[in-house]
Design a protein around this ligand. Structure first.
Ligand SMILES: O=C1O[C@H](COP(=O)(O)O)[C@@H](O)[C@H](O)[C@H]1O
Length: 246
């Protein structure tokens, strides 16, 4: 488990701008030594706002986006193009503005006639992850894995008290999510914890209790975010309200 650092920005707007700048720097740094970068994106309010800030930041033009692969930490199990899908929101906020080759974008499969349930989607995504994994591994080496966090301390679609918290594979189907829609697909802890860097990004006073609980290391069954960490670095990026210092 890596060392955990906490960074607090004054408000949600600055948090999103700073996280975008930090992400772009991480990508540029990685590209100075490796041809390929794997980023795992998040949905949620501050997560999508961060992606929009990447699009606004002129530094994004310095990145070689043809070498960047994009993944998702979780997805709402809905039809392709549904406005509530994390993928749809990410495309609108950022991806339509970037020259990322289509084959480098790896959305979690949407509901369709050939993908009728979250189980099928989760299995197909596990296959896609494995197809891009280095030898001997089942998932890509994520350089940065972004996670939003809900007021109940959920990350990705790992919710308090839910069975996916102890799922053994690399992806898991979710039923009965307390946050709509009820059907989802999520990466598991095994996948999250294989990332080099895990960044948990949260804003708002309604998240302060969840932040405090996670940072004091409460059990994942009550604070799933407490179990999210990377192999090299774990970063909590907060606004003052979420940090409880507003
Ligand atoms: O449903 C989800 O919620 C969380 C957090 O969302 P927020 O709006 O409270 O920031 C998000 O991280 C996750 O990816 C998403 O599917």
């Amino acid at each position: 488990m890596s060392t955990r650092s906490v960074v607090v920005h004054p408000d949600a707007a600055l948090l999103a701008k700073a996280t975008a700048a930090r992400l772009l720097t991480a990508v540029l740094d990685r590209q100075s030594t490796a041809p390929r970068v794997d980023l795992c994106l998040t949905g949620g309010t501050v997560g999508i706002r961060t992606l929009a800030e990447v699009a606004q930041d002129p530094v994004h033009e310095a990145v070689d986006w043809t070498g960047v692969h994009l993944w998702w930490g979780d997805e709402r199990f809905l039809a392709d193009g549904d406005g509530d899908r994390n993928e749809t929101q990410a495309r609108a906020a950022l991806l339509r503005d970037l020259p990322v080759p289509a084959e480098n974008i790896h959305p979690i499969p949407a509901r369709s006639s050939s993908v009728p349930d979250p189980e099928t989607s989760a299995a197909l995504y596990a296959d896609e992850l494995a197809a891009h994994a280095p030898d001997g591994s089942s998932v890509p080496e994520f350089d940065v894995l972004l996670l939003g966090m809900g007021p109940d301390a959920h990350v990705a679609s790992l919710f308090p008290g839910h069975p996916e918290l102890s799922a053994s594979g690399f992806t898991a189907p979710v039923h009965g999510s307390p946050k709509p829609p009820s059907e989802r697909v999520t990466l598991t802890y095994a996948t999250i914890r294989s990332a080099r860097q895990v960044w948990v990004v949260a804003a708002g006073a309604e998240k302060a209790d969840a932040v405090a609980s996670s940072l004091r290391g409460d059990d994942v069954t009550v604070a799933p975010a407490s179990g999210a960490y990377g192999t090299e670095r774990t970063l909590w990026l907060l606004d003052a309200a979420a940090a409880g210092s507003a």
